[in-house]
Design a protein around this ligand. Structure first.
Ligand SMILES: *[C@@H]1O[C@H](CO)[C@@H](O)[C@H](O)[C@H]1NC(C)=O
Ligand SMILES: *[C@@H]1O[C@H](CO)[C@@H](O)[C@H](O)[C@H]1NC(C)=O
Ligand SMILES: *[C@@H]1O[C@H](CO)[C@@H](O)[C@H](O)[C@H]1NC(C)=O
Ligand SMILES: *[C@@H]1O[C@H](CO)[C@@H](O)[C@H](O)[C@H]1NC(C)=O
Length: 455
């Protein structure tokens, strides 16, 4: 005891005097480290969870984070006003384009998925199925940046998309999924990530975001549409009874806030926060808690103007508009994505959260295939769904998208694997299944043959 006190006394002065290095954290909820910065840097409020030592020379630009908590309506991107567009010579516009970000743009095709599909098609002997499979390579999907090692690919993609935009005369959209939270997938096991909160996860995540920003910055002519962190906020709405989720709550909020604030500064990244799906946050009891979380996160982040709305049904199987309710949805009047979206929209207005949506229909072609609504892993009998389009017929829905690249596995069925999740061993889950994210040939072939509309 005494020695512990002495030891503490010995380190205390050093601790109090310590000053944060440039770019280091210097404040935020739960922060116990240095709150002042080395000479030449100023501790600058970023959000309730994070203040950062910014170099003083960085203070003059139009995109600096505010030095006061953004409790007023003026967020980081509006502080210089919309008229700053013409007075910011080299930077991209900080005012989002009016209306649907997909309008007037072509969605760039990711060569990674195209290569996966080409390899898969090469292994299909039936000529008709092979031709259908090959056609999938022309359908745009999102690219999941689920590890930091993949981030450099983004610059390559953007360079290619930029060149294509110039040569074709049609501006391009590159679709990405930001997906690398520390203690990721806190209520399940199949998609646990590379960073852990106990081991510097928040700093690692901020670095991941900084690297994404650095890749995007040279290409202001390419529009990026980003889905932010599938499942994470929904887990905070319904799964705080899971210890890993309650433990991750503050970190998830800090990380998502950091992600949207940093990406917002670029001026060409349109963001949709993941909002689960009808069978998750769409239950009447979950709608208001979900809206409250989106509203407060958005407001606390300074109402970033490039947050365009919410993404629903990511990697799930729900219909956008079901002809008849799937029996498993019984008890929920919001039995498909359109009912969910219509129920959630009015609850978002209190914060000014933009009520726009994109909806994943990549694997929603066949309905009534699940035994429980919560079954999400490689559900048997699924088919590719409605093709991506921004012509949705619904004002609130900017686009139908394919967020999950069909054929990439949801999770392994190997019960001995560290990432085995019981959902992947259920009788409605296709087996044997490889690890999450790796190619699942048999599953892809079924998606092709059961596609609706047909390929
Ligand atoms: C295609 O078949 C070859 C030979 O059977 C195999 O090595 C390869 O892994 C298969 N590729 C896919 C995508 O299934
Ligand atoms: C873009 O990528 C495609 C496919 O990988 C390639 O064929 C094309 O040459 C690239 N274009 C440019 C301009 O880099
Ligand atoms: C997470 O919440 C969902 C929705 O309420 C629930 O179905 C699921 O069982 C929860 N997961 C865990 C591990 O508790
Ligand atoms: C299942 O996972 C265990 C542990 O990683 C591994 O040793 C085993 O080879 C795997 N089995 C199959 C069939 O892949």
């Amino acid at each position: 005891m005494l020695s512990a006190v002495l030891a503490l006394a010995a380190i205390l002065p050093a601790f109090v005097n310590a000053q944060g290095a440039v770019w280091s954290q210097c404040g935020g909820t739960g922060w116990t480290g240095a709150t002042t910065c080395v000479s030449g840097a100023t501790c600058t409020f970023s959000n309730p969870f994070y203040s950062q030592c910014l170099p003083n020379s960085n203070g003059g630009g139009g995109t600096t984070t505010p030095t006061n908590p953004p409790t007023t309506s003026s967020g980081p991107t509006t502080s210089t006003g919309p008229t700053s567009v013409s007075s910011a010579p080299s930077g991209p516009s900080q005012t989002p384009a009016a209306g649907n970000p997909y309008a007037g743009h072509n969605i760039w095709l990711t060569p990674f998925y195209a290569a996966e599909v080409a390899a898969a098609a090469a292994n299909i002997s039936d000529a008709t199925t092979k031709a259908k499979a090959l056609s999938v390579a022309k359908i745009p999907t999102f690219t999941w940046f689920d590890t930091i090692a993949k981030v450099p690919d983004l610059g390559t993609y953007l360079a290619n998309a930029s060149a294509l935009g110039k040569s074709s005369g049609t501006p391009q959209i590159v679709q990405i999924i930001v997906y690398d939270l520390p203690d990721r997938d806190c209520a399940a096991a199949a998609s646990n990530g590379e960073f852990s909160i106990a081991n510097g996860g928040q700093a690692n995540y901020f670095n991941y975001i900084d690297q994404l920003v650095a890749q995007i910055k040279p290409f202001p002519d390419v529009r990026v549409v980003a889905i932010i962190e599938p499942d994470s906020l929904a887990n905070l709405v319904t799964n705080l009874s899971v210890q890993k989720c309650s433990n991750a709550q503050t970190t998830y909020l800090a990380c998502v806030t950091y992600a949207i604030q940093q990406l917002n500064k670029l001026g060409n990244v349109y963001m949709y926060l993941d909002a689960g799906h009808a069978g998750w946050l769409g239950w009447p009891a979950n709608l208001q808690p979900a809206a409250t979380l989106f509203n407060s996160l958005f407001k606390n982040a300074g109402s970033p103007s490039f947050v365009r709305g919410l993404a629903t049904n990511v990697a799930n199987y729900n219909a956008l508009s079901a002809a008849t309710p799937d029996p498993i949805t019984q008890g929920n009047s919001n039995y498909d994505e359109i009912h969910y979206i219509n129920a959630l929209t009015p609850l978002l207005s209190s914060s000014g959260f933009p009520p726009h949506f994109i909806v994943d229909q990549g694997r929603s072609g066949v309905q009534n295939i699940r035994q429980q609504w919560g079954d999400w892993c490689n559900v048997k009998g699924a088919g590719f769904g409605t093709r991506p389009t921004s012509n949705t017929g619904v004002t609130a829905i900017d686009a139908i998208v394919w967020a999950k690249p069909g054929g990439e596995c949801d999770g392994t069925s190997n019960t001995s694997s560290a990432r085995f999740d019981f959902h992947c061993g259920l009788s409605d889950a296709d087996q044997p299944a490889p690890e999450a994210g790796t190619w699942f040939q048999e599953y892809f072939t079924t998606l092709v043959t059961k596609a609706n509309p047909a390929l």
